[in-house]
Design a protein. Structure first.
Length: 291
């Protein structure tokens, strides 16, 4: 007996949850599941889906079963995932939105397929009002140290103290924002939800993307310059947001990018702060010891 097609109503977009696999990615976008694997991107509308299932070891993988024709089972697409929590969220959201009956022509007829391109690359850093306030508070210390060395009759040490502010400032401008950035990444990653963000606008050199949380609300994030487009598509990136503060999110970055950033901050920032220590606090220590 043929089934009457009852399409899903045009509701709000699905939460843009993503599931990362081994060289494969699956995410929710608009009212569809997008599956990227083996050089092919498939867009599976919710009308084409009979069921989504979490399967495999630890239920980390996802199966998308399509509606068949005249009661026959339809095709099934499987992706081996790496995170059970993301797989569970994706399956739950997809099943909430799926049609309760299939289209007469079957789900396979509604799928859009196209080849993916190869990924590309990019690069970034910043400052806050709190850091400026700390700098102003340290100004009396800077002036006082210089005055003390000059009063003690140590012109060379006073000159070093005076010039030492340059490597100190540059070192702090590199290290402090980097530590704040690293702390934010760690706290968001610890409890975050992985989703796909879609390009919305560009302002000069700043690029903004939009993602949808599990509650259906949309948020905007400024892209990290090193964020890679999914499957080489620069208009889609992977982000992780904090479910307790959904507008607080980070861009997923390659491990090599994080490694190079850490090495760069440690090397450059560490050298500048070491030089600043030699030129400033060490001069006061030497003055005390010589007295």
């Amino acid at each position: 007996m043929s089934r009457r097609h009852e399409p899903s109503p045009p509701l709000s977009p699905l939460p843009s949850i993503t599931l990362r696999g081994y060289g494969e990615t699956m995410w929710l976008e608009g009212r569809a599941v997008v599956l990227e694997q083996k050089g092919l991107r498939r867009r599976i509308p919710v009308e084409a889906m009979e069921e989504a299932r979490a399967v495999g070891r630890g239920r980390r993988s996802v199966e998308i079963a399509l509606w068949g024709v005249d009661g026959a089972p339809g095709p099934v697409f499987t992706m081996e995932g790496r995170d059970a929590a993301s797989a569970g969220r994706l399956v739950e959201a997809a099943n909430r939105a799926r049609s309760r009956s299939g289209p007469p022509q079957g789900g396979a007829a509604l799928i859009e397929e196209r080849p993916t391109s190869t990924p590309g690359r990019k690069k970034g850093l910043g400052l806050t009002r709190r850091e400026r306030a700390v700098g102003i508070a340290l100004l009396p210390v800077y002036v006082g140290g210089f005055a003390l060395l000059a009063w003690a009759g140590e012109p060379q040490q006073a000159a070093l103290w005076l010039l030492g502010v340059v490597p100190a400032l540059f070192g702090l401008l590199i290290v402090v924002p980097s530590l704040q950035w690293a702390w934010k990444r760690w706290t968001v990653r610890r409890r975050g939800v992985m989703v796909v963000a879609v390009f919305t606008r560009r302002e000069r050199k700043r690029t903004f993307f939009r993602y949808t949380d599990l509650e259906g609300s949309t948020h905007e994030i400024e892209s990290d310059y090193a964020a890679r487009g999914i499957g080489g598509d620069p208009k889609r990136i992977e982000v992780v947001y904090d479910p307790e503060q959904p507008d607080r999110a980070i861009c997923s970055l390659a491990a090599s990018t994080l490694l190079w950033r850490t090495a760069g901050v440690t090397l450059v920032g560490g050298l500048l702060l070491s030089l600043a220590f030699i030129m400033m606090p060490l001069q006061l220590i030497l003055l005390v010891l010589s007295g």
